[in-house]
Design a protein around this ligand. Structure first.
Ligand code: PLP
Ligand code: COI
Length: 337
């Protein structure tokens, strides 16, 4: 197994010793188990290859300040994956078994959860694929659900430094009005615009609502939020963005820990100049400040350092995840229990 430098991790795949696998056949899920085999061998006509019948989740396991290994709110990932499965004609996976399996993968790979203080975590990637051959356009009848873990550091280069974003020329391409779908095919549609944005020097795209192209949605891999000049947290209301678990968590943190007003509402592209701070939020992005958004030549600048409220949100959320700040009931799941 590769020797991992936990102090200098980016966001990439590092193979770990164990992963979980469970198969669906004859109308039911079988017995799940841990396996050491990282490879999946499938028929050439498997539904996942032909019609991209696949979806995934993302969450993180952390080593807390007292050395305990924990996962952040995995039952919300289990629930969101079930919603995704329903939309993609895939058989939902039992939510309790989902959480048990996340704990099992984290525990089996415990030496690959980066130590407290490194800023790293073990990214857990549950995913499901339609695995048997289909040629007509229809769902598979057999499925595979797997979870692997990979130690990761910051998603954006440089850690918590302001990102440069581009208002995308493309749509996010979620299937019509189905923001809850975290499906492989959505992300494939964002590869072209994200590579174009990178080539132009941006970190990410900001997608607009596909209907009017006048409201802010989210980026390729995170939700977005803004802080008004009088300290209110606002974040887009839309049914075509992913309902981010990190966003749900920071709305709670802002309201209950930081005594802030929080509002979910439509946010027009024309309002961007009125905000004091902006940030991205997601499992991979954590809370990443936004330094600038470029809208076809119009530049909206939020600054080249992290804003004070974004910093407070970051410190509180990360403190809860790492056990230095008391967590709300049920947010932290001990992988050993
Ligand atoms: N939006 C998109 C498109 C994402 O890929 C992600 C990442 O998971 C998020 C939002 C954030 O969701 P969460 O906070 O549940 O990780
Ligand atoms: C996540 O934050 O879990 C994501 O899915 C973002 C990206 C790595 C796909």
């Amino acid at each position: 197994m590769e020797k991992i430098d936990f102090e200098n991790l980016g966001f990439g795949y590092h193979e770990t010793p164990y992963r979980y696998v469970c198969e669906y056949k004859d109308g039911k899920w079988g017995e799940g188990k841990l396996t050491e085999d990282p490879n999946v061998v499938l028929n050439e006509c498997a539904c996942v290859f032909q019609y991209a019948q696949t979806c995934f989740e993302g969450m993180k396991a952390y080593k807390q300040v007292d050395g305990k290994a924990v996962i952040f709110r995995p039952e919300l990932n289990a629930a969101r994956m079930s919603d995704t499965c329903e939309r993609l004609m895939m058989p939902p996976f039992d939510k309790e078994e989902f959480v048990r399996a996340c704990k099992a993968v984290s525990k089996a790979n415990i030496d690959y959860i980066p130590p407290y203080g490194t800023g790293g975590s073990l990214y857990l990637r549950p995913y499901m694929i339609g695995s048997d051959p289909v040629l007509g356009v229809k769902p598979a009848t057999e499925y595979m659900f797997r979870i692997f873990g990979s130690p990761v550091g910051a998603y954006f280069k440089g850690g918590i430094v302001p990102t440069q974003l581009k208002i995308s020329d493309y749509d996010r391409a979620a299937p019509n009005g189905t923001g809850h779908v975290k499906a492989g095919l959505n992300y494939a549609m964002s590869l072209y615009p994200v590579m174009q944005a990178h080539a132009e020097g941006f970190d990410e795209n900001v997608y607009l609502d596909p209907q009017s192209r006048t409201y802010i949605e989210e980026t390729g891999g995170s939700n977005i939020f803004f802080i008004t000049k009088d300290g209110e947290l606002v974040t887009p209301k839309s049914d075509s963005i992913l309902p981010s678990i990190t966003r749900r968590s920071i709305l709670y943190v802002a309201e209950h820990y930081l005594d802030m007003k929080v509002t979910e509402r439509k946010i027009a592209l024309t309002e961007l100049d009125d905000f004091a701070e902006a940030g991205l939020c997601g499992t991979a992005a954590v809370i990443s400040p936004v330094g600038m958004i470029s809208d076809h030549g119009r530049k909206i600048v939020y600054g080249d350092t992290v804003g004070p409220i974004t910093k407070k949100l970051y410190d509180t959320l990360v403190g809860i995840q790492l056990g230095t700040i008391e967590a709300p009931e049920g947010w932290i799941v001990d992988v050993e229990k």
